[in-house]
Design a protein around this ligand. Structure first.
Ligand code: TRP
Length: 349
């Protein structure tokens, strides 16, 4: 475990504490890229934390990161459909549009403009070292990294800092970006005077969930359970999950990663320790394991899925939510950009 990961974990634990003691002091921002449907990795890794933060009274900003789509591909695909689906997933999971601001990058010019002063605060070498950028290029199969992908961590700093968020619920893979955001905030404050908070990650216990084949979850590999799948589709998908030939089910993440991963998912749905689930299944083998997981996931997601279907019936619901979310994001971004101009001495009237 690296020192910086250790430090991030400690700060995340401190946020958990603040969540209990003074939730109103927390302003959360997080984002999803609209490249497809949300899956259980997002659900356990981040969405549950968003809803928990909202319920305890923190202020919620939910970004749909549409500019991120063109960081590692040429085509936007069905961007309208993806944005719509993401918005519905988040609301169906429990985000309340009356309390949470849901908005898109492209509709908030002042947010994007923050990128200019922020870019002046980082070096190309620093950007080239970012492991998440390298990983993203690799998994997208691109050999040449474009300017937008290289500078994406700084764009993400603008996402987080425009509304002065101080907590960001993300998976471990996003920590380098968050570290870059902290550096940008610190350098801006040093150079121009205290303006931005240094945000902390809220890490979930579920950052280690794998895909159904025991490798990293990825939509392109088809090894995920999407939130919008039906109960039958979920059952079918899980029948194809990888296990091993040992009938006795044990929780051993190092030696039996696939079985351990399925146990972990059951544990997350049922709130029971994975070791106990393993004991209960005993020598029932992979069949019993998968059956229990199918039931656990379908039960956990049933209310979300029902709500999802309801929301999809209403043709103007999503556009109304995004219109008012974008309006509010613009108001706040304008105020922050005004403050930045002032700090930089760039006010001429
Ligand atoms: N980069 C994130 C991802 O790929 C999505 C994202 C965009 C984000 N902007 C953000 C996450 C700001 C947290 C904060 O998952």
């Amino acid at each position: 475990m690296t020192d910086s990961y250790q430090a991030a974990l400690a700060r995340s634990a401190a946020i958990e504490q603040r969540l209990e003691d003074e939730p109103a002091s927390l302003r959360m921002l997080t984002g999803d890229r609209p490249t497809g449907a949300l899956h259980i990795g997002h659900y356990f890794g981040s969405i549950k934390n968003r809803v928990k933060l909202q319920q305890s009274g923190a202020e919620i900003w939910q970004l749909i990161a549409d500019y991120q789509v063109i960081t590692d591909r040429d085509m936007l695909g069905d961007i309208q459909g993806s944005v719509r689906s993401l918005t519905i997933d988040n609301i169906a999971a429990g985000l309340d549009p009356d309390r949470a601001t849901i908005f898109t990058h492209s509709a908030v010019p002042a947010l994007n403009q923050l990128m200019l002063p922020f870019l002046s605060l980082v070096s190309v070498a620093e950007l080239q070292r970012n492991p998440t950028v390298k990983e993203e290029a690799k998994s997208a199969g691109i050999t040449s990294i474009g300017g937008l992908l290289l500078t994406y961590p700084v764009h993400q700093a603008a996402d987080i800092l425009f509304c002065k968020a101080n907590v960001v619920p993300v998976g471990r893979d996003q920590l380098p970006h968050l570290e870059q955001t902290r550096v940008v905030a610190r350098r801006f404050n040093e150079r121009y005077g205290a303006t931005f908070p240094e945000p902390d990650a809220l890490l979930s216990e579920a950052t280690l969930i794998l895909g159904l084949d025991g490798t990293k979850m990825s939509k392109s590999k088809g090894n995920v359970i999407e939130l919008r799948m039906t109960a039958d589709e979920t059952a079918k998908k899980l029948r194809g999950a990888k296990t091993d030939s040992d009938r006795l089910i044990t929780y051993d993440p190092a030696a039996r990663p696939e079985v351990a991963n399925l146990l972990l998912l059951i544990s997350l749905c049922e709130g029971v320790a994975p070791e106990q689930v393993a004991d209960e299944i005993g020598d029932g083998g992979g069949g019993v394991l998968k059956k229990r997981l199918t039931e656990a996931i379908n039960t956990e997601l049933a209310p979300l899925r029902a709500r999802r279907i309801e929301l999809e019936q209403d043709p103007t619901y999503v556009s109304d939510i995004l219109r008012s979310g974008n309006e509010r994001a613009n108001e706040v971004a304008e105020v922050t950009l005004g403050e930045v101009r002032e700090r930089m001495g760039m006010v001429y009237t």
